[in-house]
Design a protein around this ligand. Sequence first.
Ligand code: CO
Length: 144
Amino acid sequence: MAIRNIVKLGDNILRKVCRSQLQFDDRLHQTLDDMAETMYAAEGVGLAAPQVGILRRFCIVDVGDGLTELINPVLVSSSGEQIGQEGCLSIPDRYAEVKRPMNITVRAQDRFGKSFLIDASELKARAILHEMDHLDGVLYIDRV
Ligand code: CO
């Protein structure tokens, strides 16, 4: 595993719409492993592929309940509302309050391409939606 460089605000990579991840191979697994190491080293709760310079639709989240890997995630449903502080590893030392749904259901694939549904609420829902935004070139500061 290796720590990757995190792309920072101002780099156009963060504003691109990512394309689907179609190959579930060793290269993807290596990238996901590196992203996890990078996220934990930076003490973040999520990291999206474009933040390490890869314009593909996958991200990882860990809000303290273990690592969740989401490949090609799609929001299936959402309900409720929450307002809370958000930061981003690509925007160091800045935080702001963002309104998000309280509960979400997301369909995604795992690192082997197997499809699954995940329900999340509160901080985990916030983290997943924040990372999914990255896949469309959207940053939390756009939602403040
Ligand atoms: Co972010």
